[in-house]
Design a protein around this ligand. Structure first.
Ligand code: MG
Length: 371
């Protein structure tokens, strides 16, 4: 049972290359499955989320993070009665455009590109992956995804102006994305801010006392957990409180989105698209709590002393390899040398690096830059 403002697969704007219907999967289900079977999706397993393999095998990588986002997003979508198949496809594809080394890698790659008058944007890169780089089908390049999935890849996390990005003007840039895409961004924020508290605590980079003092939304639940389970191990008390934080954020997003839909008198998908603001958002108070948690993570984890070796690695490895291939493009693989005949070399080198896993880029670094 879909709400009237949900995206309906029968009304999809379709694929670039029309394909016959599948006997038992609809087009969004097929897109979800195409993402799962893509090389770029498999490589997420060896890409850093926050912690590298050096820390432990138990921490999130980009693939397990992606699966957590899909779980949270599906739950929210079902409650809001929007299209769960589309949401799942968008959640699974949302991070495929990320380079190696997590956030630090993205910054380093962008900095290299800016030296040559370009930039790196992981959403635009993800679109290039699904439109061009993935080679699976004899009839066309890319995955030939439906319009709605491509639109969601571009628009889930922020808006682009058609004046600045004429190459993506087909994606209705003057309109809001459907709720299915809007909720991915918040599900992503909820997933990583709770997961990073968990991994940071497990890694002994964050203490319970520090989290209680610095994250009000966590402290809101912790004393009650202590009263309920006074004899439980600290880690289990921590888990119980964090679970409540996650439920609190997800519940608030569901209820607040419903309230926004009512307040803005949203009835149809066209209403969602025409609404001047996004509808899938946390309430102001809870948004404030989420922001506090995020700022805490930036201060105490992402920019911490403990993770600075990783950050320095990311900058050194990416900038030296970028520079190496710009000077010696003959060392690029043949398909990238071919591409460099039609596209600026920095863009081609950037595409090559962005696709790499952490392991592979270290290998390349050893081969060309070390020693
Ligand atoms: Mg993400």
């Amino acid at each position: 049972m879909l709400a009237d403002y949900a995206v309906r697969v029968e009304q999809s704007r379709g694929r670039r290359h029309p394909e016959p219907a599948h006997p038992y999967r609809n087009d969004f289900q097929r897109d979800r499955d195409r993402v799962i079977h893509a090389r770029a999706f498999r490589r997420l397993e060896a890409k850093t989320q926050v912690f590298t393999r050096r820390h432990s095998d138990h921490f999130r990588n980009r693939l397990t993070h992606t699966i957590e986002v899909a779980q949270i997003a599906r739950t929210i979508a079902a409650q809001l009665k929007v299209n769960v198949d589309l949401v799942e496809a968008l959640a699974l594809v949302h991070d495929v455009g990320h380079p190696p080394f997590g956030h630090a890698g993205e910054k380093a790659l962008d900095a290299e590109m800016r030296k040559h008058g370009f930039f790196f944007d992981h959403n635009l890169h993800a679109l290039r992956i699904v439109e061009d780089f993935e080679l699976r089908y004899a009839a066309f390049r890319g995955l030939n995804l439906t319009f709605e999935v491509r639109e969601g890849i571009i628009k889930h996390s922020h808006d682009y102006s058609a004046a600045e990005f004429p190459e993506i003007s087909e994606y209705l840039l003057d309109q809001r994305p459907p709720l299915e895409a809007q909720l991915i961004d918040v599900a992503d924020e909820i997933a990583y801010s709770t997961a990073d508290l968990d991994d940071g605590y497990e890694a002994h980079m964050l203490t319970l006392a520090q989290i209680r003092a610095g994250v009000p939304i966590f402290e809101h639940f912790f004393p009650e957990v202590q009263r309920t389970y006074p004899k439980a191990l600290e880690k289990l008390q921590f888990n119980e409180a964090l679970k409540r934080v996650l439920n609190h954020l997800v519940g608030n997003l569901i209820h607040n989105t419903e309230a926004q839909i009512k307040a803005e008198n949203i009835r149809t998908l066209e209403d969602v698209r025409a609404c001047p603001t996004r509808l899938a958002i946390l309430s102001p108070e809870v948004e404030q709590e989420r922001r506090q948690a995020k700022e805490f993570l930036y201060r105490n984890l992402y920019f911490s002393e403990a993770l600075s070796p990783e950050k320095n690695d990311a900058e050194r490895v990416i900038s030296q390899l970028f520079d190496f291939w710009l000077r010696k493009p003959e060392n690029l693989p043949s398909n990238y040398r071919e591409k460099a005949k039609q596209e600026p070399l920095p863009r081609v080198v950037c595409d090559y690096i962005a696709g790499m896993t952490d392991n592979y880029i270290y290998e390349q670094y050893e081969k060309y830059c070390a020693g």
